[in-house]
Design a protein around this ligand. Structure first.
Ligand code: SF4
Length: 376
């Protein structure tokens, strides 16, 4: 399990090594076709900042070699904002006396129809807070069954589950799981997640192994940028995690995300760091040079100008038209959002811009019949 591997990697030593990277280390990393985590640290380090243009060119080249000029499009649907956790940075935490909603099957149907009217989305991400009693595996199974009548690729971003539960949801049509570790700093993790199931670092961290063991086709990782002052160290830990998963669950496809903290309503959590746009670009280039195949996803947390800029330089998946409150497309358009969306353009506007930039938006890039494991 990765939590055991992580024990062997010192946070402080990693931070020191990133800070000590030199010009020579960066040039060595740039010259290698296949980078290891040491090279990744060099590319992520302050020493690589003068090489951003070179990194951008390489990131574009590797992305076009593997993905062509396509951009996979997806949309999230929040099914519930009820949550038993106490994440100090999130407006949905359990102490917040806000109105809680769990979409009924009828409401879900109305949301699916409303999404289809926005654009021909085929990739949907079903999102919940953590409420295993009312929005647990049976609820998710029913939601997936219902969603597959409208969409060909169904992913979830929900509480970490057991291997058996992931396997059961796959029987219903689940294709992918996204889960953000938030931070790989164990002690600080406890501070940000003081109560509820999410306070168990190992359960969350090892959830990715359980996804792999269940044969989930696509696994998404991410750290919440803004939690740790040393964001470079956190992103390096994610790179270790990615390599570990690829080695153990090699038939799975992976995606990464660098979500930068956005204001959440009713919260006053001060970010520990502000990642600049240049630093976000550097992390994206470094990840693409490190891993030519991994999907890199930017959500509507990011402003339009940076999404437009980065869509030719490493990013391969974009959301568009997102609502981050349950029922936001039809049922409860005014409800409290988990965080403020930054890119508020419609999917049609995003599509138009992508085409102008020479990218081909792809609404459908997966069908269950591609999965040989299911077909056999
Ligand atoms: S981040 Fe997720 S788990 Fe934490 S309080 Fe918000 S909805 Fe709940």
């Amino acid at each position: 399990m990765f939590s055991e591997e992580l024990e062997k990697i010192s946070w402080d030593e990693t931070t020191e090594r990133i800070a000590a990277m030199t010009d020579q280390d960066v040039r060595r990393a740039l010259s290698r076709r296949h980078c290891d985590v040491d090279d990744f640290m060099a590319l992520l380090s302050p020493a690589a900042e003068p090489y951003l243009e070179t990194m951008a060119r390489l990131a574009r080249r590797y992305t076009e070699e593997r993905f062509g000029r396509t951009m996979s499009m997806f949309i999230p649907l929040y099914l519930t904002n009820s949550c038993a956790n106490s994440c100090v940075y999130c407006g949905f935490h359990r102490q917040n006396p806000m109105q809680r909603t769990i979409l009924t099957p009828e409401q879900m149907e109305a949301e699916f129809v409303a999404i289809k009217q926005l654009a021909p989305f085929e990739n949907i991400l079903l999102v919940t807070g953590e409420n295993p009693a009312k929005a647990g595996v049976p609820y998710l199974a029913r939601a997936i069954e219902q969603a597959k009548r409208h969409f060909s690729n169904i992913k979830i971003e929900v509480m970490p589950l057991s291997t058996e539960a992931y396997a059961e949801l796959m029987q219903h049509g689940l294709n992918g799981v996204i889960c953000f570790q938030e931070t790989y700093h164990r002690d600080h993790y406890q501070r940000y997640h003081p109560a509820g199931m999410k306070s168990n670092f190992e359960w969350r961290c090892d959830g990715f192994d359980r996804m792999g063991q269940a044969g989930v086709h696509s696994i998404g990782l991410g750290v919440l940028i803004g939690l740790e002052k040393e964001w470079r160290t956190d992103v390096t830990m994610m790179a270790h995690h990615l390599r570990y998963l690829q080695k153990h669950y090699w038939r799975t496809r992976y995606s990464v995300n660098f979500p930068r903290m956005r204001p959440a309503q009713n919260e006053g959590f001060p970010p520990s760091c502000i990642m600049t746009d240049r630093e976000l670009a550097q992390a994206t280039f470094a990840m693409r040079i490190f891993d030519h195949d991994v999907d890199i996803s930017y959500s509507t947390r990011e402003p339009a100008y940076i999404r437009d800029h980065m869509c030719t330089l490493g990013v391969t998946t974009l959301s568009a038209g997102s609502k981050v409150n349950p029922g936001g497309y039809h049922t409860y358009p005014q409800a409290l959002e988990q965080f403020s969306v930054s890119d508020e353009r419609t999917p049609a506007e995003v599509e138009q811009r992508l085409r102008l930039l020479g990218r081909e938006p792809v609404w459908k890039d997966w069908d269950a019949c591609f999965d040989l494991r299911r077909a056999l």
